[in-house]
Design a protein around this ligand. Structure first.
Ligand code: BGC
Ligand code: IFM
Length: 814
């Protein structure tokens, strides 16, 4: 069952009924001002940091779901009937409804009894404001007397404090209203540097800024008293809950339409603002008057929207494919790339599953996210790498998270996730392969942001690798620390007592649990690092790195191979995890993917054998589960993983992030059909048909799909902010379609399904547009390559001479 349809031409998903199984959301903004918007106009906005600069209020876990947002009400003043053109919050049945989610904008349109309304929500590039561009049209045969009400609820900035510190917050809220513009200025007294404003393009027939005056006591957003009565009360909020409401009265003749624009914006005064002397009790509105005037004009709003469309169009156009499979095309060309950019902006901070107050930027996460967006925004990727590296510790270890606003490592979350440092190597290597910008390795970067501690970035990478080499356990495998990629596999017997869960331990304290997964990741990172070292002319270092990798491989073969798959780990008592010897959790997905990606088992059949075991034991029609058998009870020596009921999250859920590792591994053993089959099982577009089962958005990946042990097998959760986006993009583009940046140029080595006759692609790479055409001449994966009509040895397209802007690439598969 579907709740909408893809409009690939316009790069939109069109939701055709409002009651989707869950709110299906989108993101507004891509620089500093951001918003989340659902298909019924729910959601909230923030400036830079979703915790510290929350502009509008949103209550997670609300009843009914998804309440609070950017709501418009329409009132037919003849009948007194009122409704929400976005369905929520009144939920009055609409005659027609669509929500078009595009890149950085959403358009919600509906019709009721001949009143058509369409609102386009977006954030203009370069501005800290959002535009709601409302068009109302009278499709009735008679004149229409209509009132339009806008509404938002302000958050008192710090979202965590806002939702808990009521003894203070009920008395701090402050607003000003001038010329129909509502200014929210809580905190302005003490900080004097930021405020929000809410403006309207039409003459305002009234306003409200006090929530209770607008809604009425004991009422909710579904039936505001003011809307019911048809007249705003011009309330001023003193404390309690400031809101922003405008009333606009419109008379429309049959066929007539009218546009009304609402602007919600954020302003930060410069520290030395001469128009805002200390002690003044009113805010400096002068600074925002120009911007308000500008975007309240329809032509300016239209122009800004066109700029936004072009911006996204250019980003997506950098890599386009035309394959025989529409789900591949749609995800690669539009939605997967878009989701990659959203994870770049949000890391794991704000979605409908991440509250925006819990987590900052993940170190592991952000490094992996980069793999998916580096080709779209290479300059910003460079900056992100340097930010991340600056939070690294002198030991090579990493804070697990850092805060967006301060860019400082987060002490409360701490460090000692022993896989963290290695991901930086993958990110930097991907950046150089994409851009050819070797200068990044010489950039001076501090440790833990301490001035004076700067070294070249290259040394950060060396310390990252050394971090693993210096932390091995009794079997010679890397110590796992608090956890590796699997946050919930806590093998060092962490206490689950409140307040104790962040306790860190080291080998010195006798904690010896080891990770086969980190060993695999070390092989990946070590080889990447060796390539960088060799290319910089440091062959001794490269040899040393390779010998460290080979040593690690030998240990994995000896202690990490279980007979038919790679083991997962050793616990603190030296017992294997992810072994046939275990009663539960006998085989895990992560080491199969990562060890094979690190090159293990490719020569001696172990990789093939491990993948066969994955197929037999872990694969389901909805994707590949994380481990089997699921843990049936809680085990203290395994930690959080066993706290989840079987089939959910890390306890045998389909943790989508890991599936592409298996797809990649399948391509490494030459199985194009199997790789693409796994790709399709979790591909959201492919799953659109079963939206009633999947329930999440059909245009983006979710972190998890419930596994076969779950009562709700196939149900997705935690959409949008997940490493799944970047890794699926890598798997399909670089391994299945095989278009892979290398240090020497673009490699084209597809491992595609046997039935595909070929595919085409356009790829912007280092300023050159590559037109790639792949044609199947026989059943295998062997390639023959022509560049601009000339046969070339191997599968890497040599970098063209400077000045060349277009390269034609032809590949035959046989
Ligand atoms: C959650 C895990 C999640 C992890 C991320 C844990 O608290 O339960 O599912 O992967 O946090 O850091
Ligand atoms: O690897 C982690 C990630 O960092 C956050 N989400 C869950 C994953 C698996 O535990």
């Amino acid at each position: 069952m579907k709740f909408g349809t893809f409009d690939d031409q316009n790069r939109e998903y069109v939701i055709t009924r409002p009651d989707t199984p869950l709110p299906w959301i989108n993101y507004l903004g891509c620089e500093a001002y951001f918003g989340i918007i659902s298909n019924t106009a729910g959601g909230y906005s923030f400036y830079q940091d979703p915790r510290l600069r929350r502009i509008t209020r949103y209550r997670y876990n609300n009843v009914p779901m998804d309440m609070g947002g950017r709501y418009i009400y329409l009132r037919d003043n003849t009948s007194g009937e009122f409704w929400s053109p976005s369905w929520q919050p009144t939920r009055k049945p609409l005659d027609e409804y669509t929500c078009r989610h595009g890149q950085g904008y959403s358009i919600i349109s509906s019709s009721l009894k001949g009143v058509f309304a369409s609102t386009r929500y977006f954030v203009p590039m370069g501005e800290n404001l959002e535009v709601w561009q409302l068009t109302v049209r009278n499709d009735r045969g008679e004149a229409l007397d209509l009132s339009v009400f806008s509404s938002i609820e302000f958050c008192l900035w710090d979202a965590l404090d806002d939702s808990s510190n009521f003894q203070r917050n009920f008395s701090t809220g402050q607003v000003e209203v001038e010329d129909g513009v509502i200014y929210h200025k809580t905190e302005y007294r003490e900080r004097r540097n930021h405020f929000a404003y809410f403006a309207c393009s039409a003459e305002v027939a009234g306003f409200d800024t006090q929530r209770e005056a607008f809604l009425g006591a004991y009422r909710g957003w579904d039936s505001p008293q003011v809307v019911e009565a048809g007249q705003c009360s011009n309330s001023i909020a003193y404390g309690w809950s400031p809101v922003g409401v405008h009333q606009v009265n419109v008379t429309l003749q049959p066929g007539e339409e009218r546009q009304v624009i609402f602007l919600l914006g954020y302003h930060e005064n410069p520290a030395d603002d001469k128009f805002d002397p200390p002690g003044s009790q009113t805010i400096n509105k002068r600074a925002v008057k120009t911007v308000i005037r500008r975007y309240l004009q329809a032509e300016e709003a239209d122009r800004a929207f066109a700029v936004l469309k072009t911006y996204w169009g250019e980003l997506l156009d950098r890599f386009q494919v035309e394959t025989p499979d529409e789900h591949t095309n749609r995800m690669v060309n539009i939605w997967n790339a878009y989701q990659n950019m959203i994870t770049f902006n949000m890391s794991r901070s704000a979605s409908y599953f991440e509250s925006g107050i819990g987590r900052g930027m993940g170190y592991r996460d952000s490094n992996q996210d980069l793999l998916g967006f580096v080709h779209m925004v290479p300059e910003r990727a460079r900056e992100r790498i340097l930010d991340l590296a600056a939070t690294q510790m002198a030991s090579g270890g990493a804070y697990h998270q850092y805060q967006q606003l301060t860019k400082r490592g987060n002490d409360a979350v701490g460090s000692n996730f022993n896989d963290d440092p290695l991901w930086l190597v993958l990110a930097v290597s991907a950046y150089i392969k994409e851009t050819g910008d070797w200068s990044i390795l010489d950039a001076m970067v501090p440790y833990d942001n301490q001035p004076g501690s700067e070294t070249p970035l290259y040394e950060h990478l060396q310390r990252s690798v050394r971090y693993t080499v210096e932390r091995k356990g009794p079997h010679g495998l890397p110590l796992i620390g608090r956890a590796d990629w699997n946050d919930c596999l806590n093998l060092n017997c962490f206490s689950s007592e409140p307040g104790q869960s962040f306790q860190t331990t080291t080998n010195k304290e006798g904690k010896v649990a080891e990770s086969v997964f980190i060993a695999g990741l070390f092989a990946v990172a070590g080889r990447e690092m060796a390539e960088l070292a060799a290319a910089r002319g440091n062959s001794a270092e490269a040899r040393e790195l390779i010998s460290q990798v080979e040593e690690m491989e030998a240990v994995v073969y000896q202690h990490g191979w279980d007979g038919a798959w790679f083991r997962r780990a050793y616990d603190d008592f030296g017992r294997p995890i992810g072994s046939a010897q275990n009663e539960e959790g006998q085989i895990f997905i992560e080491p199969q993917g990562m060890c094979i990606m690190g090159g293990l088992g490719l020569d001696d059949g172990k990789a093939e054998q491990a993948l066969k075991s994955v197929g037999e034991r872990l694969a389901t029609m909805h994707g590949i589960v994380l481990q089997q058998p699921a843990y049936s009870q809680y085990y203290l020596h395994l930690g959080e993983i066993s706290s989840y009921p079987p089939g959910y999250k890390e306890n045998a859920g389909i943790f989508c992030h890991t599936n592409p590792w298996i797809m990649i591994a399948e391509t490494l053993v030459g199985h194009g059909d199997q790789a693409h089959d796994y790709y399709l099982r979790i591909n959201p577009s492919r799953r659109e048909e079963i939206s009633e089962v999947h329930r999440g958005e059909p245009y983006v990946y979710s972190q998890m799909i419930a596994g076969r042990d779950a009562a709700t097998h196939g149900e997705a959760k935690n959409s949008w902010l997940t490493g799944t986006a970047a890794w699926n993009y890598v798997a399909i583009t670089q391994y299945i379609l095989g278009i892979q940046p290398t240090l020497k140029g673009l490699k084209v080595a597809p491992v595609i399904p046997a039935a595909w006759k070929g595919f085409k692609s356009t790829r912007l790479y280092r300023g050159v547009t590559y037109q790639i055409e792949v044609e199947r001449k026989g059943p295998g994966n062997l390639t023959r390559l022509w560049v601009n009509g000339q046969a070339v040895e191997g599968n890497v397209v040599p970098l063209p001479e400077t000045g060349v802007k277009d390269v034609q690439v032809k590949v035959e598969l046989a």
